[in-house]
Design a binder for this molecule. Structure first.
Ligand code: MLC
Ligand code: AMP
Length: 502
């Protein structure tokens, strides 16, 4: 029997080497993680979880939460992490769509989540940030020597939901093969070894913190300082003991605000990596001036894992996302004709390789629509490949805002605002924001005689949308600019409000 991804993780693990270091707390060795993941997998087996069953997890970041991910790999379950910011209303959809057999939440959320999970036949167990909870109570009495489920490269390891540009959120199905191939490629490209110590300050419910940061660490037999969240002061303090940081651009913007960030502070650090959103060239330049180190920017997506990376040895060029990773093919096509364009010309970025996902959960038509006839995934990102082969991302054809590395789909926010009494219509856009990169902004047209204000609209969105999706500002206007086809001209609005947050 073999388990495609976990066998590789097991092979890279050296028993008594450290895996997770909790600042001011416990250090987990690889052996500790194997032991607990075995017990949790056994507990899930006792609960009736079988290979292919979905396990939805909405818990605070902790060592035990990462080990639960490993337990799912071992039991053959499909890991389905959910942003802790999601409201019950949002959770209801994910649970209904994915039909998980088990839902793991913090104890404070158990009651509320049970009311939506149990009607779908799911069992609800708990796991808290301090490593306690009903799931671990069950695991304590179980055997650690769990026999890993047999899983091939093509079997699902995880489903990560990405919001749809039109309509419902889509569950991106990622296989054992997708995750292993990408993690090995990144490990080699970025030269990660057992000597590396990563500062892990990202959330663990997205590709960046879960697959890029965690799988790469595991496959190198390296270790990580696991922080509950990003705190610039704590990160600067840890740099003396660490070698690697992976972050979204907001991390680097905030680190630059710390007077403690200088050459001395980074003397032990080998590599700073940025991704999930565009890193401003000025951030790259400023960081280099302060530290002497060039941030390495890479480009990825939930559906594809990582596609491109600036080089480890060669020039890391600000404003570019580097070269296609080994084994990944990136091409740029004319969105109207689908034919490949010449170097330096802008078009749609398309991707093919072992990193590309299997499809959207129970959405065969949507999956088919996002692939070309010759098997490339259509990213929705607009870009070009320059004469030296560096990929540049110049825009997006998808209506998407990226704020602090989180994706917000305007259609979802507009849908909530448009339902409110007194709203005639709305347009949600992203405009430059000094901290989050883009700030979610709603332009609202009220019905005649309506008495709505910003506070009333924001108040109404509280329980409907995760905090990071809620607009930072609401602007009222008489009407929305439209083209001759009647389509709202968001580019006009983005220009008009470009200086809102500066
Ligand atoms: C928090 N808030 C945000 C926000 N994060 N608002 C907009 N955008 C965000 N990203 C809200 C908070 O709820 C809070 O609301 C207020 O803004 C200020 O919060 P904060 O304390 O400043 O936020 P903080 O907790 O420090 O979080 C900011 C952050 C975090 C940047 C550290 O958002 C983060 O860790 N982002 C990483 C996202 C990520 O991992 N993306 C990878 C996706 S994978 P209030 O109530 O106080 O007003 C992917 C593929 C790939 O994209 O290529 O990697
Ligand atoms: P997600 O759906 O959360 O995985 O977000 C994927 C999207 O993030 C991509 O399609 C890009 O639009 C964006 N993205 C990721 N990395 C970068 C980067 N380095 N520069 C610009 N955009 C990026």
């Amino acid at each position: 029997m073999s388990n495609h991804l976990f066998d590789a993780i097991r092979a890279a693990a050296s028993g008594d080497a450290p895996f997770i270091r909790v600042n001011g707390g416990r250090t987990w060795t690889y052996m500790d993680a194997l032991d607990l993941s075995g017990r949790i997998a056994s507990a899930m087996d006792t609960l009736g979880i079988r290979p292919g069953d979905r396990v939805a997890v909405q818990v605070d970041k902790s060592s035990e939460a990462l080990i639960l991910y490993l337990a799912c790999l071992r039991s053959g379950a499909v890991y389905l992490p959910l942003n802790t910011a999601y409201t019950l209303a949002e959770l209801d959809y994910f649970i209904g769509d994915a039909e998980p057999r088990l839902v793991v939440v913090s104890s404070s959320a158990r009651e509320g989540v049970s009311t939506i999970a149990e009607p779908h036949g799911a069992i609800v167990e708990t796991l808290d940030a301090d490593g306690t909870g009903s799931l671990l109570d069950l695991a304590r009495d179980e055997q650690a020597d769990f026999v890993d489920a047999s899983r091939t490269a093509d079997d699902l390891a995880a489903i990560l939901y990405t919001s749809g540009t039109t309509g419902r959120s889509k569950g991106a199905m990622l296989t054992h093969g997708n995750l292993l191939s990408n993690a090995l490629t990144l490990r080699n490209y970025w030269r990660v070894t057992a000597d590396d110590r990563l500062i892990h300050a990202l959330p663990i419910f997205h590709t960046h913190g879960l697959f890029v940061a965690t799988n790469v660490t595991l496959l190198a037999g390296a270790s990580m300082f696991l922080l509950p969240k990003f705190d610039p002061d704590e990160v600067v303090s840890l740099m003396a003991q660490a070698t690697l940081l992976m972050g979204v651009p907001t991390f680097y913007v905030r680190l630059l605000q710390s007077p403690r960030l200088d050459r001395q502070a980074v003397a032990n650090m080998r590599l700073f990596i940025s991704g999930s959103a565009p890193l401003l060239a000025e951030t790259h330049v400023e960081f280099r001036k302060r530290t002497g180190l060039a941030i390495l920017e890479r480009y990825g997506m939930t559906e594809t894992n990582m596609n491109t990376s600036n080089p480890y040895d060669g020039d890391r060029i600000a404003g570019t996302v580097g070269f296609p990773l080994p084994g990944v093919t990136v091409r740029v096509t004319d969105p109207a004709t689908g034919t490949e364009v010449a170097p330096e010309e802008t078009g749609m970025i398309e991707i093919k390789g072992p990193n590309v996902f299997k499809g959207y959960w129970r959405m065969a038509e949507k999956t088919a629509a996002e692939f070309t006839a010759d098997g490339y995934f259509i990213s929705g990102d607009l870009g070009k490949i320059d004469g030296q082969g560096y990929v540049h991302i110049v825009g997006r054809s998808k209506d998407l805002v990226i704020s602090g590395g989180y994706n917000i789909y305007p259609k979802e926010v507009e849908g909530e605002i448009d339902q409110l009494e007194g709203v005639a219509e709305s347009a949600v856009i992203g405009v430059p924001h000094p901290d989050f990169g883009e700030g979610v902004t709603a332009i609202v047209v009220c019905k005649p005689d309506a008495t709505l204000d910003e506070k009333a609209i924001l108040g109404a969105l509280q329980d409907r949308l995760a905090r990071y999706k809620q607009p930072k500002r609401i602007i009222f206007t008489e009407d929305l600019p439209r083209n001759t086809m009647g389509k709202v001209q968001k580019n006009v609005l983005r220009q008009k409000y470009a200086d809102l947050y500066t």
